[in-house]
Design a binder for this molecule. Structure first.
Ligand SMILES: [Zn+2]
Length: 144
């Protein structure tokens, strides 16, 4: 398996993608009331949503990330992201469109978003693929 294939197998369902986003989520303050404390109870674990302790506003781990308001599945979006970040060859929207069964326009828009997005987390910060893979596996093993 290549590094990309290994990572794709880690991010094979919405749950794992959301866990990764939750851990890397840097939302520290509620947009609605400015409070900085969140519940991390059973709802948090079951639904991967942060809940403001003050106003009870629900905050998705996708908020303020590349994956907010994407018009196709989260797993697909993760896989496209991994390809663009880890492939040495240039990724073309026509190839993404065919591989993931989305329109070329949608593929182009998402690739453009990846290239212009101001990340609040990134996969490159991990020293190597094993480190990222292990982190995600640990989170899953501990039922994060
Ligand atoms: Zn709040």
């Amino acid at each position: 398996m290549t590094d990309i294939e290994k990572l794709k197998s880690v991010f094979h369902n919405d749950e794992n993608c959301l866990k990764f986003l939750l851990v890397n989520n840097q939302i520290e303050r509620c947009d609605s009331c400015g409070n900085e404390e969140f519940y991390q109870g059973s709802d948090f674990i079951k639904t991967y949503i942060k809940i403001c302790k003050s106003c009870k506003m629900k905050i998705s781990p996708k908020k303020n990330t590349l994956f907010e308001n994407v018009r196709f599945g989260l797993v697909t979006a993760f896989h496209i992201y991994l390809e663009t970040k880890l492939n040495t060859e240039k990724i073309r929207s026509v190839d993404i469109s065919e591989r993931y069964n989305i329109t070329q326009k949608t593929a182009w828009e998402f690739l453009n978003k990846i290239n212009t997005f101001n990340f609040n987390y990134n996969i490159e910060r991990y020293k190597d693929i094993e480190e990222l893979e292990n982190e995600v596996k640990l989170l899953i093993a501990f039922g994060y």
